[in-house]
Design a protein around this ligand. Structure first.
Ligand code: GTP
Ligand code: MG
Length: 149
């Protein structure tokens, strides 16, 4: 099944938005497969965002992500990657639609509270990177028949 790596960034944790953000994915109907809080090291942050390593803001981005604890999560569901990106909203929170996480809860690109994988391949890659391959829980939600026919 498709999975997405979702992360509450250090600003989201510091601002007490963990429950709000987790709740949006729970209420939508996706399945939580993994969750942990810790402060990531520089190497992990650099590997996670390696596609952006040539960008002028790369150092600030790595400093931001390593500045305190994050909540690392894996969510499962058909279409979860694309749907999570919609729930999260545009990279620049001022352009994110109201009703999205960034549209409702953030004001600046450099403090946009949450990450979501941008493709199913990256969902797998980032999950392996942050949780180790094969180390997220697999379980059958009892409510499944009430979410999907
Ligand atoms: P993620 O879900 O975190 O990957 O965000 P995204 O997919 O919406 O955007 P992208 O992958 O292009 O950029 C990754 C992160 O880098 C963004 O979420 C921002 O936190 C940060 N970022 C992107 N562009 C800028 C920028 O122009 N300035 C600064 N300071 N940060 C940026
Ligand atoms: Mg991205």
């Amino acid at each position: 099944a498709e999975i997405s790596y979702i992360m509450v960034k250090p600003d989201g944790v510091q601002r007490g938005l963990v429950g709000e953000i987790v709740g949006r994915f729970e209420r939508k109907g996706f399945t939580l497969r993994g969750l942990k809080l810790f402060t990531p090291g520089k190497e992990l942050a650099e590997e996670h965002y390696k596609d952006l390593s040539q960008k002028p803001f790369f150092k600030d981005l790595v400093d931001y992500i390593t500045s305190g604890p994050v909540v690392a999560m894996v969510w499962e569901g058909d279409g979860v990657v694309k749907s999570a990106r919609k729930l999260i909203g545009s990279t620049n929170p001022l352009e994110a639609e109201p009703g999205t996480i960034r549209g409702d809860l953030a004001v600046q690109t450099g403090r946009n509270v949450v990450h979501g994988s941008d493709s199913p391949e990256n969902g797998e890659r980032e999950t392996a990177l942050w949780f180790g391959s094969g180390s997220v829980e697999q379980w059958q939600p009892a409510l499944a028949p009430w979410l999907r026919e």
